[in-house]
Design a protein around this ligand. Structure first.
Ligand SMILES: *Cc1c(COP(=O)(O)O)cnc(C)c1O
Length: 469
């Protein structure tokens, strides 16, 4: 009891903490944030003592806690991290990374007035949808194009325009759920169209579609099962067959392609995803896909198709609610322009730069990091051949061989290192496997190697990770 009272009495006064030179210096460019941090820290100590703890309440310790709290509070919530997981399109880490050039263009548009809905040639109002439509048509062979917020929005707009109050036929093998929030059946409900499921999970035949068609049918839908594969005793109706059936019965065919690769992934030795060009060539009337999966651009939903359908979608009031923002549009146009020169894709689009890295190159990168990390006292790194993933619900069964740096420390556990890395100034997201911390060289960029070495030194040394610079 006495000790508790004594401790409470010893907690430094707010003014005393504010008078410390380091704290006073911080307060010069933000007095209220610092005062708030001091109150928060002293209140935290008080609560701790009342709950029976006996914390260090020296003014030096309070100062340290205040400096850390101010730093923490000043950090952006959405900020860059180092992706050491090897998953190239990591949905939780922002999917596709934009190139510096593309990001530069986004900044230029952001910092200035721009041609978002203005035509300089005509001297009057233009359409935001004009900036990428021609480009998309040239690249894919589509008649017309429209871009919206994301692919989920694209599918909703397509169904709401083409099948409102009517039926859509889809195979049971293609009722996908993506990331827990995009479910084909639920999107259908939202768009006021009714889902007619045909076939079974593993097998759907042409006759299944034929038999389900009636006067309520508005379209046939094909969904690319981008994040899973049904293997074994399976049968699906190809897009070409579906188009043949649909067109014979006077019905359009919609194809939700999901990942939407414009470049042929076969060329990168990582399995085959249908390309957008192939999807268009199959005769589908409307095709949609994401901007931030295998396209390697910003979050967007790209819709390609027959001019009549695209025109109807542009008129749908829903389009206004799902519309794409100017920064996204700037990033999308800059990304699509790279595809005009196919040999530039692997050079300029980070997703393809990473996917196209060969094993020798990855191993050499690993050696360079290893040399730096092995200078950190107590740290032991080795090179390990591992299996990586494309991610982003793309190329589901495909594992891509890769090289990782596997790290262990004499005294700090692998789990503890993994956690502390997440608290560094630029957080490092790593994987733990078989009691080793893995840094996959496919997604870990060399420009961060020095930073990584400093980071490991800090998190395994005496300094607290909050102080990592
Ligand atoms: C990823 C995906 C979606 C959702 O796309 P978002 O751009 O994330 O909204 C829809 N359908 C399929 C088949 C997908 O793979």
């Amino acid at each position: 009891m006495e000790i508790r009272k004594e401790l409470l009495r010893q907690i430094p006064k707010v003014d005393e903490v504010l008078a410390r030179p380091a704290v006073a210096q911080l307060a010069e460019n933000g007095r209220s944030a610092v005062t708030q941090a001091v109150r928060q820290v002293t209140e935290g100590l008080r609560q701790g003592i009342l709950e029976g703890e006996a914390p260090d309440v020296s003014v030096e310790q309070v100062e340290r806690l205040v400096l850390a709290a101010v730093e923490q509070a000043g950090r952006m919530s959405l900020r860059p991290v180092i992706n050491a997981t090897g998953i190239v399109l990591h949905t939780n880490l922002g999917r596709a990374v934009l190139s510096h050039q593309v990001a530069q263009h986004v900044m230029e548009v952001a910092e200035n007035y721009n041609t978002l809905e203005y035509s300089c040639e005509a001297g009057r109002r233009g359409s935001r949808y004009d900036h990428v439509e021609q480009l998309l048509c040239r690249l894919t062979g589509a008649e017309a194009a429209l871009v919206v917020n994301n692919n989920a929005a694209a599918v909703m707009l397509i169904l709401g325009t083409m099948a409102k109050d009517r039926n859509i036929i889809v195979s049971r093998g293609e009722l996908v759920e993506i990331g827990g929030s995009f479910r084909v059946p639920e999107i259908m409900e939202q768009s006021n169209s009714t889902l007619v499921e045909v076939g079974t999970t593993n097998k759907t035949h042409p006759q299944d579609y034929e038999r389900a068609i009636d006067e309520q049918t508005a379209a046939l839908l094909k969904v690319h099962t981008s994040n899973y594969k049904i293997l074994g005793f399976t049968e699906e109706v190809s897009t070409e067959e579906l188009v043949e059936i649909g067109h014979r019965r006077g019905l359009p065919v919609i194809y939700d392609l999901g990942s939407g690769a414009l470049a042929d992934l076969d060329a990168y030795g990582i399995g085959s995803e249908p390309t957008v060009q192939q999807a268009m060539a199959s005769g589908a009337d409307v095709v949609s896909f994401s901007g931030d999966k295998l396209l390697g651009g910003p979050q967007a939903g790209i819709i390609l198709g027959k001019a009549g359908w695209i025109a109807a979608m542009k008129k749908n009031p829903l389009t206004r609610a799902l519309r794409i923002d100017k920064l996204t549009l700037a990033a999308l146009e800059a990304t699509l322009r790279i595809y005009q020169e196919p040999e530039q894709v692997a050079k300029q689009i980070p997703t393809y730069q990473m996917l196209s890295m060969g094993l020798p190159e990855l191993k050499a990168r690993g050696r360079r990091l290893l040399r730096r990390l092995n200078q950190v006292p107590g740290l032991h790194g080795t090179l390990a051949e591992e299996q990586g993933q494309v991610g982003g619900g793309s190329v589901p069964t495909q594992m891509i061989p890769t090289w990782a740096v596997a790290v262990q420390h004499e005294t700090v556990s692998v789990g503890e290192m993994e956690k502390r890395l997440r608290f560094c100034r630029i957080p490092v997201i790593a994987r733990v496997s078989k009691d080793r911390l893995l840094l996959d060289m496919r997604t870990t960029q060399p420009e961060y190697f020095d930073y990584l070495a400093r980071c490991f030194a800090e998190i395994t040394g005496q300094a607290s990770p909050e102080e990592t610079e």
